[in-house]
Design a protein around this ligand. Structure first.
Ligand SMILES: Cc1cc2nc3c(=O)[nH]c(=O)nc-3n(C[C@H](O)[C@H](O)[C@H](O)COP(=O)(O)OP(=O)(O)OC[C@H]3O[C@@H](n4cnc5c(N)ncnc54)[C@H](O)[C@@H]3O)c2cc1C
Length: 372
């Protein structure tokens, strides 16, 4: 493989760089089986939008299994509202296909334009509409996987947790049957809020409204950079007509929201974290982040925040993780552990993950050195 192309596969959106022995891009199950049986160390890659280094090859000894060419959409069951697809299908391509049938896959990470369904299942991706539609695993009927011996098997809901959220350490997700939801007409309102306590009480009230499908938070710094006044802001999305912004205006606001990641990265804030905390602890965490000048946005409706650290501020990450744990929060609400957050995983969680790994990947082939 051309050296420059290989380099693309040696990094993910976290900008963590590794080195690969080779990159392979199979187009069918038989090819994947052959690669698995003939290869010692495999790192599975979807679109590479991960923010924890989960698909970054290491030590020059990993072969990158690029799943992006496994992208067939088949078997739409309109009555049951399910669809069978391959793991490399891009979420927005699926949405385009489904919109002709007035259906959608309702979990929407901000990386929706490029993210693969396999990557979403492996990280159990959450997203902007988690307040209403929770996470990817809630919308899966079954998956088809290949284990380290090259055996193809179906896994239903009861065995899903061995793969969903396991970040590829247990096997390759090949296909999935997804549950779908009717396509909704949505509107939104941009709210300006003066202080952090008010943010908490506004969010608490909004969460009681069943038409609300998204509550996104921006601190003063991010608001200013987005061209809003220097206050806190919330984007509130409704699945009815209550939002002030409709049609084009609504789409414009959501497109602005999707631009935040590349935007903060351009400003040098390349380490984007994803702690999850309860709403009543939000002010404590935010006050600490503000004391360190760390710009923050996030899915406040479900307590996931995205503090953005520049290189100089990365020294504060372990302090933040300690605070998150003290506040009974989680170190990762959606991006996963990958390589970058391994050191913060609690011993008890590690033991559970090691047991899953031993049971599902006895040959220790997949994503070795990740998560545990
Ligand atoms: C701009 C931006 C916005 C984002 N917004 C969100 C958000 O709103 N919500 C959210 O949850 N995340 C978000 N993310 C993070 C990222 O998009 C998700 O983690 C996503 O699910 C990763 O999918 P991917 O296809 O890019 O997978 P990759 O980055 O290629 O891989 C991620 C992990 O999944 C494993 N994997 C990939 N495919 C398979 C497979 N077929 N079988 C087994 N394992 C596999 C990899 O080995 C790796 O461990 C964002 C990232 C960016 C850059």
């Amino acid at each position: 493989m051309n050296k420059d192309i290989k380099k693309i596969y040696e990094v993910d959106a976290s900008q963590l760089k590794g080195s690969a022995l080779d990159v392979v891009s199979p187009t069918n199950t038989e090819e994947v089986r052959r690669i698995i049986t003939q290869t010692k160390n495999i790192v599975i890659r979807g679109a590479g939008t991960g923010l924890a280094g989960g698909c970054v090859p290491q030590h020059g000894s990993d072969v990158v299994l690029d799943m992006s060419k496994m992208d067939k959409i088949s078997e739409l069951d309109k009555e049951r509202r399910t669809i069978e697809i391959e793991a490399g299908v891009i979420l927005d391509d699926l949405q385009d296909y489904l919109s002709d049938f007035n259906l959608e896959f309702p979990v929407k990470p901000s990386s929706h334009a490029v993210v693969t369904i396999g990557g979403m299942i492996a990280t159990d991706a959450v997203g902007n509409r988690a307040i209403k539609y929770r996470k990817t695993s809630d919308w899966i009927k079954w998956i088809e996987i290949i284990d380290s011996f090259g055996k193809v098997e179906k896994r239903g809901i009861t065995e899903l947790s061995d793969y969903s959220g396991m970040e590829g350490i247990s096997g390759v997700i090949m296909r999935a049957c997804l549950k779908l939801s009717p396509l909704k007409k949505r509107t939104a309102t941009l709210l300006e809020v003066d202080n952090l306590d008010d943010v908490t009480s506004v969010v608490r009230k909004l969460k009681k409204n069943s038409a609300v499908s998204m509550i996104e938070f921006f601190d003063k710094e991010i608001s200013k950079e987005l061209g809003f006044d220097e206050h806190y802001h919330l984007i509130v999305e409704y699945e009815d007509d209550s939002g002030e912004l409709k049609d084009k205006e609504y789409k414009k606001l959501l497109a602005l929201r999707d631009k935040i990641y590349p935007f903060v990265a351009d400003k040098g804030y390349t380490r984007i974290e994803d702690p999850k905390i309860m709403l009543d602890r939000f002010v404590k965490l935010m006050s600490w982040l503000e004391s360190k000048n760390i710009p923050t946005f996030g899915h406040i409706g479900v307590g996931i925040l995205h503090p953005c650290f520049n290189h100089e501020q990365e020294k504060y990450i372990s302090e933040m993780m300690k605070l998150v744990k003290r506040l009974s929060g989680q170190i990762s609400g959606e991006h996963g552990v990958g390589i970058l957050k391994k050191e913060f995983v609690e011993m008890n969680d590690k033991k559970i993950l090691i047991n899953v790994k031993k049971r599902t990947d006895p040959l220790n082939k997949f994503n070795v050195g990740k998560v545990i």
